[in-house]
Design a protein around this ligand. Sequence first.
Ligand SMILES: [Zn+2]
Length: 85
Amino acid sequence: MAYDKLSCKEILEKLSEYIDEELDPSMCDEIDEHMGDCPPCVAFMNTLKKTVKLYNTSGDEVDIPSPVRTKLHDFLRRRCNEEKE
Ligand SMILES: [Zn+2]
């Protein structure tokens, strides 16, 4: 299966699966490649990883917590606006 180059939005949508290692290896490679060239996504991934780790230690089932989801949406909106300028 071949993937087109992923946009930041697509990367961010897959980040929680990526962090949980639930993605196809080929998709992980795509994300790794994108991360190598996109500091905002790296920064966001680090935030998300920290949050997920925090939730993981509580032993509960992990979904992206809603504050992170809100942050993600803000982030995406900002990215989209930046790209238009
Ligand atoms: Zn990106």
